[in-house]
Design a protein around this ligand. Structure first.
Ligand code: FES
Length: 234
């Protein structure tokens, strides 16, 4: 795709909508959703996508590139139909995530950030997915499957390879890699059942219940608290 093909009226309109969500003077904070937006169009973050974001936000391509290469959710290679991310961070790894990742890697015949020959699955090992309460976890297109041992992990990928989409334990039915970019850019998921009701389980609430039982709370936060500039912060 050429830059002219990417830089359409429609994409510029969406970019303006995303920029408008941020307070005046902090528009550059729109970079993360903007990167998801261009990724949703091209399947990965390309030099054209980087240029588009830079021009929309009035920052340099180097600044955009620094962000795009820091976060693993921005892909530099086109992936498969589904992205399977196995948490191998400390807790999940100890609870069986390492074994699950190995079993899936052997079954699929691919390693980290590689895609199966049939294009059905890109596999990756992931850092903490912020779901330690259900460790070990894996995600398909960023939807959560809880307490995934080797057997459950293999069943999930075999069903994906067969063209089925197993319902996650939390969240909506995985939308496929191509379908999640817009959601991550902050647009709603209009599919039936996209707003699932099973998001908060007992393990997630346990900490909050304990805090309530012991009268522990955090101080309020004023979202209008000014952020000092680099010079002012010195
Ligand atoms: S260590 Fe796996 S979700 Fe946190």
């Amino acid at each position: 795709m050429s830059y002219e093909e990417l830089d359409t009226e429609e994409l510029r309109t969406r970019a303006a909508e995303i920029r408008a969500r941020f307070p005046e003077g902090r528009e550059r904070s729109a970079l993360l959703p903007l990167l998801h937006l261009v990724q949703s169009v091209e399947g990965k973050v390309t030099p054209n996508g980087v240029r588009f974001c830079a021009e929309q936000l009035g920052i340099t391509r180097a600044q955009v590139g620094a962000v795009a290469t820091f976060y693993t959710m921005y892909k530099r290679r086109t992936g498969g139909k589904h992205l399977v991310s196995v948490c191998t961070n400390t807790l999940c790894g100890m609870m069986g995530g390492d074994k699950t990742y190995k079993a899936l890697s052997e079954h699929l015949g691919v390693g980290h950030e590689e895609t199966t020959e049939d294009g059905s699955i890109t596999l990756e090992h992931a850092e903490c997915l912020a779901a330690c309460d259900y460790a070990p976890v894996l995600t398909v297109d960023y939807e959560f499957y809880n307490n995934v041992d080797e057997e459950k992990g293999l069943e999930i990928v075999k069903r994906l390879q067969a063209g089925e989409i197993p319902m996650p334990d939390r969240g909506a039915t995985p939308a496929g890699l191509a379908g999640i970019g817009e959601q991550l850019a902050g647009y709603g998921d209009g599919r039936p059942g996209a707003v699932a009701e099973n998001a908060t389980g007992e393990p997630t609430l346990r900490g909050a219940r304990l805090a309530a039982d012991h009268g522990i709370s955090v101080p309020g936060f004023d979202p209008n608290t000014p952020i000092p500039s680099k010079q002012e912060g010195k």
